[in-house]
Ligand binder design. Structure first.
Ligand code: ZN
Length: 67
């Protein structure tokens, strides 16, 4: 990692993956990993990221066409 670039970078983090099992303890209780798209800096966060499993649940039901 270029430390100077990282130091000057405003950081735009994108979700990489969630942390499960023993890795939670190894990371000090963090639940997800994020990487900066600009400099590559990795940040661990406390919250699990919604990776799409819940997508569509809150959406409208399709028309059924009862006549
Ligand atoms: Zn960055």
């Amino acid at each position: 990692m270029n430390w100077l670039k990282s130091f000057l970078c405003a950081h735009r983090y994108e979700w990489m993956r969630n942390i499960y099992g023993d890795e939670i303890n190894l990371s000090g209780g963090k639940r997800s990993l994020w990487g900066c798209t600009e400099c590559g800096k990795v940040q661990a966060r406390d919250d699990l990221h919604d990776d799409g499993d819940l997508r569509g649940i809150a959406g409208p039901l399709p028309e059924r066409g009862w006549d």
